[in-house]
Ligand binder design. Structure first.
Ligand SMILES: C[S@@+](CC[C@H](N)C(=O)[O-])C[C@H]1O[C@@H](n2cnc3c(N)ncnc32)[C@H](O)[C@@H]1O
Length: 273
């Protein structure tokens, strides 16, 4: 794949799309599904409105290798904020439920679904939209109609891709998700085609921004929480393995014993390998 075709590079444009969304909408709980090398998380961690940042990937080794880039910097200690930032990284599959990923303001899935079989995409839809029920989900995937513009590309853009969808195919899946789980979707993308071709081929990466239509049903949440306390269910529900848990420095405010709070927060940095 000729990555020099885009400026800035396509992967950066995809992440910038999420960053722009976060800047405009200020979500507090953000999760990145298929976080890979944690590069989106590394950018999101500088958005101080975010209080909980969670990454999940099936490849635990990759996450482990890259997690150190998420640790607090010396500038975080010099300028602590009043919002506590907590980062959690999990090894797990997005085709399986985990209660700790429920109730987020924003979940992102950037260039992930095309790595799943179609049967797993069905599980992904049920898990993300039916169980995790984020207020907003941003899903990106290659647009196959753009492929003829890549010189010499035969087949898929990556050997691990199980499919690459046209805009119509992406739309069909997205609208079905909306109907089944009560969302609305807006279609957009990044990676503009050369002038004159945009309408015909669309964006290189197509993006769906899904918004939940109804408020989350709290009685449902309670029912599922109760169910999760049984041993078998809890194993089923909590099978993501926590790799790292980081707490960031917190500024002390009036009414708190300053030195103690400062000391505790500065020392609450855990690496659980
Ligand atoms: C092309 S990479 C994209 C990484 C990242 N989202 C980005 O934008 O750079 C796809 C990622 O999805 C992960 N992945 C594939 N199948 C998965 C699954 N079932 N559950 C969670 N992650 C998965 C892979 O390990 C890989 O890190």
């Amino acid at each position: 794949l000729n990555v020099t075709m885009f400026s800035p590079p396509l992967h950066r444009q995809r992440h910038q799309f999420v960053i722009d969304f976060v800047e405009r909408n200020k979500p507090k709980k953000v999760g990145d599904l298929g976080c890979g090398e944690c590069s989106l998380l590394k950018k999101l961690r500088f958005h101080r409105e975010v209080e909980l940042l969670v990454g999940v990937d099936i490849n635990g080794t990759q996450v482990h290798k890259n997690m150190h880039g998420l640790a607090p910097l010396s500038t975080d200690y010099l300028q602590p904020t009043y919002n506590q930032l907590c980062i959690e990284l999990y090894q797990g599959s997005v085709t399986q439920k985990d209660a700790r990923l429920r109730g987020f303001d924003l979940l992102t899935s950037i260039e992930l679904i095309e790595h799943l079989t179609l049967a797993d995409v069905k599980s992904f839809s049920e898990v993300v939209f039916g169980y995790m029920t984020p207020a907003v989900a941003i899903i990106s995937t290659p647009n196959s109609e753009f492929n003829p513009l890549f010189p010499g590309l035969a087949g898929f853009r990556h050997s691990d891709h199980k499919f690459e969808w046209s805009r119509a195919e992406f739309r069909t899946w997205a609208l079905e998700v909306c109907q089944d789980f009560g969302y609305e979707v807006e279609f957009t993308g990044v990676g503009q085609a050369p002038s004159g071709l945009q309408e015909r081929v669309g964006f290189c990466s197509q993006i769906g921004v899904f918004r939940r239509l109804r408020a989350r049903d709290d009685s449902n949440v309670l029912l599922e929480d109760v169910f999760s306390y049984t041993l078998v269910s809890s194993l089923n529900l909590y099978h993501y393995f926590s790799i790292v848990w980081l707490l960031f420095p917190l500024a002390f405010s009036e009414g708190r014993p300053p030195e103690k709070v400062k000391l505790i927060s500065y020392n609450l940095i855990f690496y659980i390998a």
